[in-house]
Design a protein around this ligand. Sequence first.
Ligand SMILES: [Zn+2]
Length: 170
Amino acid sequence: MSAKIKKYAGERIKTADLRAGKVPVVRWRPKVRYAWSTGIAMSRFLKELKNGKIIARKCHKCNRIVVPPRMYCEMCFRPTDEWVYVKDSGIINTYSISYLAADATRTDKPTVVAVIEIDGASKGIGIVHIIGEAKPKDVTFGMKVKAVWKPPKERTGAITDIKYFKPVEV
Ligand SMILES: [Zn+2]
């Protein structure tokens, strides 16, 4: 038997409450300066996202096409060989319905987080993103989806340049 929790005990604290000083908060601004390289494969992947494209790497030994791209093949223990553009569509491999926001607060509206097998990449290989323009109850395994991109001027070279993936009619 399972009972669905309808009301959570305690008071919900939102980021806005912290900022407004409604709860005790310790603040400090550390002087941390650093640079972080995303590496050859991820740098190219992010640059291509800014152009509205998804790029992968192909291994000529096992012929797998992996996305996000990697400069090595973990199956063959050798460098991958070639850049390959893949499509901005795919199918839902698996998904989860989340009631947590990015700041770990509970949300009233659910977000569907999915692993999307990208068309053109090898079977079972894909990226994690969110599903939009669909009710969670209507999302299914194997559902065909397509990327909804931010307008070019708003893209920054991040995975969020894709706003979400939406279901497409088959
Ligand atoms: Zn390989």
